[in-house]
Design a protein around this ligand. Sequence first.
Ligand code: ADP
Ligand code: MG
Length: 304
Amino acid sequence: MTKIESVNVTKSYKIRDLGNGKSPDADTELLALDQVNLEIKKGEFLVILGPSGCGKSTFLDMVCGLSKPDQGTILIDGKAIDGPGLDRGIVFQQYALFPWRTARKNVEFGLEAQNIDKHRRQEISQEYLNMVGLQGFENRYPYELSGGMKQRVAIARALAFNPEVLLMDEPFAALDAQTRDILQRTLLRIKAQTGKTILFITHSIDEAVFLADRVAVMTARPGTIKEIIEVPISREEKLMDDVQSTPKFIKTRYALWETLKEEVDKAQEICRSCPVEECSFAEKAGGNLAGLTPESIPQKVRVQ
Ligand code: ADP
Ligand code: MG
């Protein structure tokens, strides 16, 4: 059964003339997404993988209901998305916690808006704080928590009002490798426990293989879906030790790299030729764009 469907979604941004001779001469349009067609099934863990600047966040923002397509539609349960809703929980890369609220009060935020009484709110927040492994930290403020713990709070907060869908935009990208690994495992366990539909965005091939049932690979800008690759590894297998060195994992990682590498090259070229001096992607253009270079793929992945 289809949970979310994107039909011919196209989105452009206006680029302002900054009058510095380096930006475009006149206001121009930058085509961020071009005819994105994608179906996410109910209960599926779908990962969108693509190079930096290809339009992943642009797409997710529209699924969140924070912005609208210029053309095309995004449907949830067959109805066009028309703004944010309690059917979707969101986790961004930056923790976006309320600094003046404790972990528990952050998790309870959405519940307060629903007029759920204090006792029930406490029960629910405790349940989800336990689920993300934060028992004992309920009364800490964000500044007293590590990056990984903050992101655990953000996940608990997104789950607390029991949305059917979890939307995650590079939620682990700012964390160190070990913390990322632990949180990926936590997320897979939560997925197994709750059966939620998850749409997760990343630029990391390894993260995509580890988490996804299916991976939708995007092209460089203007972003569109290039290919969808199934990951033939069960959640149980993924939670076993060292699944990364199994032949199935290595093969899938290689297939994704084969599809993605051309797009990474293109994304780097787009960055180099970008006339907008202030563009934050430009600084990445000189080197390793979002960690995706041929050298970043371990030798053992290069199977024949
Ligand atoms: P990704 O999440 O894949 O890194 P984004 O969706 O953030 O990519 O951005 C896609 C493209 O749109 C990029 O070239 C980016 O510079 C541009 N872009 C994103 N947001 C805006 C905006 N508000 N105004 C102008 N250009 C934008
Ligand atoms: Mg992004």
